[in-house]
Unconditional design. Structure first.
Length: 206
């Protein structure tokens, strides 16, 4: 299972993810996020991040092409995650990257149509809005019929509910707040416990 830990804001957490064989880390370039990385911070982190052997995904929401390219010049990312209303023609501009298009399951009018449209170019991230009062069980019930090997599940995943997401057998899982001590600060013990749970689940399934 492909696992992305999102909202990394420091090098120690990135190194810890590498050690725990997390598949990808997410760096958030959305100004309102408590996990936002400014260009100044990125310039300081970039030489260290370049030496860490893990996929690096930039998370954007409504950022311009120029803003994304500015990030790419400072740090060569492996992938780009679009969390806003970016359309297919915008994604096309970055088609050489590993692309992820987030779909908010609370807002999406036609999930099936959008999954079909965006999965030509990108992996689909089915996400539950941070403001949503939907329970995790409800969320899993809602996404269940859309999960396939092009889908990543996200939205409130943590060590205690991850089994429900694993049972759907998606391409991957993406989580952020479920492995934090506080908003924007990762908890290394929670990352280790989470990864042990996922890898044990995979071993037991064989
Ligand atoms: O993490 C953020 O602050 C963030 C901000 C703007 C867009 C996306 C963001 N993160 C993504 O949100 C989901 C779910 O995170 P959580 O586990 O519920 O905290 C995940 O895809 C992150 O990549």
């Amino acid at each position: 299972m492909w696992i992305k830990i999102c909202g990394i804001t420091d090098i120690i957490s990135a190194l810890h993810c590498e050690m725990e064989k997390v598949n990808a880390i997410g760096l958030v370039f959305v100004p309102w996020s408590p996990r936002f990385i400014s260009m100044e911070q990125l310039k300081k982190m970039s030489p260290h991040l370049k030496r860490i052997n893990i996929m690096k995904i930039g998370v954007f929401a409504g950022n311009s092409e120029e803003e994304i390219k500015e990030v790419l010049e400072i740090l060569p990312l492996d992938g780009i995650q679009f969390h806003g209303n970016e359309d297919l023609s915008f994604l096309e501009k970055f088609k050489e990257y590993f692309l992820i298009r987030a779909l908010n399951i609370d807002e999406e009018v036609d999930l099936e149509e959008n999954i079909e449209k965006f999965s030509k170019l990108a992996y689909i991230l089915l996400d539950k809005s941070k403001k949503s009062d939907m329970s995790f069980e409800e969320f899993i019930r809602k996404v269940k019929n859309y999960v396939d090997k092009k889908v990543i599940i996200a939205g409130g995943i943590n060590e205690s509910n991850v089994d429900m997401a694993l049972e759907l057998d998606p391409f991957g899982l993406d989580l952020s707040s479920g492995v934090e001590i506080e908003k924007g600060k990762k908890d290394l013990i929670k990352i280790s416990n989470f990864m042990r749970k996922v890898r044990d689940y995979e071993k037991n399934r064989l």
